[in-house]
Design a protein around this ligand. Structure first.
Ligand code: AP5
Length: 215
């Protein structure tokens, strides 16, 4: 099964992607995590992406498409994948479909995690992440067992620069203008399933598993 997780920033895509990839044995590809790793390693792509990410706007489609298509191309033909944060524009969705078709692959389900702008803002301003393994925590809603440390590897948790309130507001504007049109794109192809992202983490996981089991 090949899956896309859609939804606004802070909807819980990263939180759910780890659980769903484990449950269905999928390769998890997060465009945001890959870009942050490129930045950390100070690659040319990371350098180019930095100014866009810090402003809360999208990195240009051609850079993202070649990065993500390259990553998908490395996955064994028999293995499924879960895309988190990609595609995010109609040009990316069309580019993805063309490349997958050429490779004899396709998307089987698109899960849209639905959440209001108000809750998104609360979620992002309380978020902490592990720079080592990408696990995500929230100071109120899902705190780590030991304060400030990743449950899995013990690494000190960090906050993302783009979680500052002014950048969150820009990320939400970008989402409504550029990513929401994907809902119609995938609905028209009969692939979309909406899931309520305001429920507890385990309830959201159960809802996503349910719509994926139907594939
Ligand atoms: P990216 O890293 O993809 O950020 P995003 O999509 O804005 O999503 P987030 O990672 O912020 O949120 P999430 O939905 O994963 O939520 P999470 O699980 O962390 O992108 C960053 C930037 O990179 C973009 O702005 C852009 O510049 C660039 N970029 C990336 N992909 C691109 C692309 N395809 N094209 C162009 N540019 C691209 O949860 C959030 C918080 O809520 C956490 O604290 C979590 O613990 C908590 N939480 C989660 N679920 C629940 C729940 N059910 N109840 C209570 N709390 C919860």
């Amino acid at each position: 099964m090949n899956l896309i997780l859609l939804g606004p920033p802070g909807a819980g895509k990263g939180t759910q992607a780890v659980k769903i990839a484990e449950a269905f044995d999928l390769v998890h590809l997060s465009s945001g995590d890959i870009l942050r790793a490129e930045r950390k390693n100070q690659t040319e792509l990371g350098r180019q992406a930095q100014e866009y990410m810090d402003k809360g706007v999208l990195v240009p489609d051609d850079l993202i498409l070649s990065m993500m298509i390259g990553q998908i191309g490395r996955i064994d033909a028999g293995r499924g994948f879960l895309l988190d944060g990609f595609p995010r524009t109609l040009a990316q969705a069309e580019g993805l479909d063309q490349r997958l078709e050429a490779a004899g692959r396709r998307i089987d389900r698109v899960v849209n995690i639905v959440l209001s702008d108000e809750i998104v803002t609360k979620r992002l301003t309380g978020r902490w992440s592990c720079p080592q393994d990408g696990r995500v925590y929230h100071e109120m809603f899902s705190p780590p067992k030991a304060s400030g440390k990743c449950d899995a590897c013990g690494t000190a948790l960090t906050r993302r620069k783009d979680d500052e309130p002014s950048v969150v507001a820009q990320r939400l504007r970008t989402y409504h203008e550029e990513t929401r049109p994907l809902e119609a794109y995938y609905s028209n192809r009969g692939l979309m399933a909406n899931v309520d992202g305001s429920a507890e983490v385990s309830a959201v996981t159960d809802a996503i598993r349910k719509v994926c089991q139907a594939v």
